[in-house]
Design a protein around this ligand. Sequence first.
Ligand SMILES: [Zn+2]
Ligand SMILES: [Zn+2]
Length: 99
Amino acid sequence: MRQMSIEEAIGRAPGMSPGRYRDVKILEEKCPRCGSKIVCVYDDLGTVEYYDNYAHVCLNPDCDFILHEETFSCDMGGGRGYEVSEACLFCGRQIQMTG
Ligand SMILES: [Zn+2]
Ligand SMILES: [Zn+2]
């Protein structure tokens, strides 16, 4: 079975930019529809307003399974900083900030 590259899978997630995401991991958990691998990706495009973008995307090109959630928060209280660790909304894994 053909498998998409991580970059291709990320391109399916709304608002997610291949090559610009902040963290990605292929999960142990398999797709509930087709049993293929799932990639968990997190992006943060926050500038003044914080923007978190979480997605799980199936790597099977013939399967359209995707979980996607974007959250916006406008926090003027000094910012949260990148030392605060984020956790994926879907699988709960800790996001590793690499950027
Ligand atoms: Zn699938
Ligand atoms: Zn996840």
